[in-house]
Design a protein around this ligand. Structure first.
Ligand SMILES: NC(=O)c1ccc[n+]([C@@H]2O[C@H](COP(=O)([O-])OP(=O)(O)OC[C@H]3O[C@@H](n4cnc5c(N)ncnc54)[C@H](O)[C@@H]3O)[C@@H](O)[C@H]2O)c1
Length: 340
């Protein structure tokens, strides 16, 4: 796997390949990113355009892409270029993994979340019967090309969405990066090519050591136990919350538990929580969602032997995974969070 900011690597890969090439986009990335990409690459590669949105990360959309590939007589040597956010890299990777038992694909992430997270690590897949990412495969892209100017057209709420994962990466693996964030006046100042490269390197490094999530990769779930539970509660309530916002609140819960259970320094936790709350807020509608939240926590896929297992921090850059937590402990911190 090669991650690079050098588009020439992709040009060379395409020149060396014997098959056809296609660029998978959604409506937004076709409009905003495809022209820039075509200019960078010096030609217009045929696009395959799918509808925008998480609800289109579906088997029906896969069928459309497979049909298009078959119609164009795409063979085993075809290269699929996923130009988009996490929806495009997830579904494009899955289509590539399954079409003719696997063709090469390249991710060119255009959202911040995809740049620091979704485009790496080989998890590909789709949603099915209201279950998120329930059908999928681990299948690595041939290359990931990073071009940060794509972010110029990304809506601010999606910047916030990706930044939560950058905070997570720094907290689990890079104290210096987190300290640097603290010195910045706003999110825009925290996000540049260097900080994105540092952030994605954390995920890449972890995935390189543990592709199939037996051990270390679990650390990437920091903030996600409560994060997923909050997303579940939002669906039940008919409220909208972005994944990153839910994870930000989930990280506050995990930090509070880290103080209580692993002796994480309280004043440091306070400082981190203040930083998170500068950009993310606790929505009012979460009050009264306790049942949904705790039911989802109990169902979390990281649990084992009916015990809740969470990723907590002993310190910044010192994550501990599979830490057993009781529902009572989680209920206590949840009460504190609702009063923040
Ligand atoms: N495979 C993994 O390891 C992994 C990790 C994290 C998230 N994910 C998946 O990623 C998805 C979320 O990713 P996302 O937030 O990027 O979603 P997304 O792909 O839907 O992109 C978010 C929105 O931004 C738009 N967009 C993207 N780039 C743009 C640009 N440069 N300019 C203007 N608009 C742009 C998209 O059209 C979309 O409306 C989820 O499906 C999640 O399950 C996967």
């Amino acid at each position: 796997l090669q991650t690079s900011t050098d588009i020439n690597l992709l040009v060379n890969l395409l020149n060396d390949s014997k098959g056809q090439h296609f660029v998978l986009c959604d409506e937004n990335t076709y409009k905003h990113c495809y022209p820039i990409f075509s200019q960078l690459i010096g030609k217009q590669i045929p696009p395959i355009i799918i509808q925008t949105g998480e609800e289109h990360k579906s088997i029906a959309t896969c069928e459309l892409i497979w049909q298009k590939l078959l119609k164009e007589h795409a063979d085993k040597h075809t290269v699929l270029i996923n130009l988009g956010g996490g929806v495009i890299s997830d579904i494009g990777g899955f289509v590539a993994a399954s079409y003719k038992r696997g063709i090469n694909f390249v991710n060119v992430p255009t959202s911040l979340l995809a740049m620091v997270d979704a485009a790496f690590g080989g998890k590909t897949g789709i949603n099915f019967m209201h279950f998120k990412n329930i059908i999928g495969l681990i299948y690595l892209p041939k290359m990931v090309i990073l071009h940060t100017p794509f972010l110029n057209t990304l809506p601010q709420k999606h910047i916030l969405n990706g930044f939560a994962e950058m905070i997570k990466h720094a907290l689990i693996a890079n104290n210096a990066q987190f300290e640097w964030y603290l010195t910045m006046s706003d999110i825009a100042a925290c996000i540049n090519k260097k900080s994105i490269l540092e952030s994605l390197a954390i995920k890449e490094n972890i995935v390189a050591q543990d592709l199939t999530e037996k051990k270390l990769r679990k650390a990437l779930n920091f903030g996600h136990t409560l994060g997923h539970a909050i997303e579940f509660a939002s669906q039940q309530k008919g409220e909208e919350i972005l994944h990153g916002e839910a994870v930000a609140i989930g990280m506050i819960a995990a930090l509070k538990l880290s103080v209580k259970k692993l002796g994480f320094e309280a004043h440091k936790a306070k400082q981190i929580m203040a930083f998170i709350l500068k950009y993310y807020h606790i929505p009012q509608w979460l009050k009264g969602c306790e049942n949904d939240i705790f039911n989802a926590v109990i169902q979390d896929k990281k649990n084992r032997e009916q015990q809740i297992r969470m990723v907590l921090l002993q310190d910044i850059a010192d994550p501990k995974y599979d830490i057993k937590c009781t529902l009572h402990e989680i209920e206590e911190v949840w009460k504190e969070i609702l009063n923040l």
